[in-house]
Ligand binder design. Structure first.
Ligand code: FAD
Length: 396
């Protein structure tokens, strides 16, 4: 078994690292940035940075060059994702949503016109999408969604409500699932649409996340009129398209790399701060805790590398992605909890508090870790997928 990257891959890592040294603005480091904690200023920096990535083809590295990507293989994409996270670069979940979910689905199911219109703009970082999946009564059981798209002449008329739409208040378009045949059984009654968020009849209402910031929204559609060519793929085939979009390569390596960032904060703090007159790094309980986390990070990394490797050999990962996502997200909770123990009461101080440690990374990570493992597909549902697809257990 050879765990080494090739010389070419290592050279690519070097190139990414060198580029990131100068591409990330210093101001970014001074802001209370991080998952789901944007300010007007940090959002602006993040958008500009993503355009820089887009110019290099690295925003959508998997897309072919003629569509604005870099046509990178799976291993180089993993390396790029790791280095972006290690350097705490200004990229966020809206990039993942736009590039990897919506963009990939459009490439698979979109018409030629839709591809020409959206894909290059996605790859350049010119537009972003929000996901219109969840509804107040349809989360894990997404097939119960009730938002309706009714044909009327050359249009569809959209009525309904979506919830938890990350960054809908910034998004240019919504990737929306809506019922197009209310008489048909679940899983064969809905279709996917691209909707301009400036369309009349759309109301966006903020929902404040656990960190106290505005990242989620409720989105209401009241008689929103959209042209018929906003439909993507086949009518009433939306469930299949949506499920496939959830399955596009998900190595989850960003979460594993994020765990490593948190561990590095812990180690730095433990080496330079004292409790009860002794360096925290000399405390046997804290040392053992940190060592345990380091082992688990290696496990998380290997689970993610396996997925990139499967794809690089022409395979398709399925339950393996679920394994990596569950382990990585639950590790973030364990590691943030460990971080709180290492930092003690200072860990609870939010950004802006004079005694907060660094940019209050541990505080934010602790709170944010609660929702990793819920967004997208919950860990319970992922466990069900492993049971069915990986272990051959019955559906119920
Ligand atoms: C950070 C974050 C970002 C999000 N962004 C978006 C977004 O941009 N767009 C969007 O549409 N949605 C978004 N969501 C919503 C997310 O997709 C849903 O929260 C998720 O699908 C779960 O749905 P629910 O909240 O309705 O919980 P429910 O489905 O009601 O589940 C409640 C609990 O029951 C468990 N459960 C449910 N069914 C089963 C089952 N069959 N077996 C075992 N356990 C089960 C769940 O795992 C969960 O623990 C986001 C959520 C988070 C946390």
């Amino acid at each position: 078994m050879d765990f080494k990257f090739s010389a070419e891959e290592e050279a690519f890592r070097g190139e990414v690292k060198a580029w990131l040294k100068t591409a990330i603005p210093q101001r970014w480091r001074e802001l209370p940035t991080g998952f789901w904690q944007e300010t007007e200023e940090s959002w602006k920096i993040s958008r500009e940075f993503q355009k820089k990535l887009g110019d290099k083809g690295w925003l959508a590295p998997a897309y072919p060059a003629e569509m604005g990507g870099a046509g990178l293989g799976h291993i180089k994409r993993l390396i790029l994702a790791e280095e972006l996270t290690y350097s705490d670069a200004p990229v966020s979940i809206e990039t993942e949503i736009t590039v990897n979910w919506v963009g990939m689905a459009l490439q698979h199911f979109g018409s030629e016109e839709q591809k020409k219109d959206y894909i290059p703009r996605i790859a350049k970082g010119d537009i972003i999408f929000c996901l219109g999946y969840s509804e107040p009564n349809a989360g894990s059981d997404l097939a119960s969604l009730q938002t309706r798209a009714t044909e009327q002449g050359d249009n569809y008329i959209i009525n309904g409500q979506k919830i938890w739409c990350s960054y809908a208040h910034y998004a240019d378009y919504c990737w929306l699932g809506a019922v197009t045949d209310p008489e048909a059984p679940k899983h064969r009654n809905m279709s996917m649409f691209v909707i301009d968020m400036k369309s009349p009849g759309i109301t966006i209402r903020p929902l404040i996340n656990v960190i106290g910031c505005h990242s989620f929204n409720e989105v209401f559609f009241d008689d929103v009129r959209i042209p018929k060519d906003s439909l993507v793929g086949q009518k009433n085939n939306g469930w299949f398209q949506l499920a496939m979009a959830l399955d596009f390569e998900r190595s989850g390596v960003q979460t594993a790399a994020w765990n490593k960032l948190i561990l590095d904060h812990m180690i730095r703090y433990a080496k330079t701060n004292k409790r009860n007159g002794k360096l925290i790094s000399e405390d046997p309980i804290m040392r053992s805790l940190i060592a345990e986390m380091a082992i688990e990070i290696e496990v998380a990394r290997m689970l993610c590398y396996r997925i990139a490797w499967i794809y690089s050999k022409g395979g398709h990962s399925n339950y393996e992605s679920s394994q990596a996502m569950i382990f990585g997200s639950e590790l973030l909770r364990r590691i943030s909890d460990a971080g709180m123990r290492v930092l003690g009461q200072y860990g609870q101080l939010a950004f802006g508090s004079p005694r907060a440690i660094g940019n209050a990374e541990m505080f934010r990570s602790y709170l944010a870790s609660l929702s990793i493992g819920v967004g997208g597909v919950t860990n319970e549902i992922q466990r069900n997928l492993i049971a069915m697809r990986g272990l051959g257990l019955p559906r119920k």
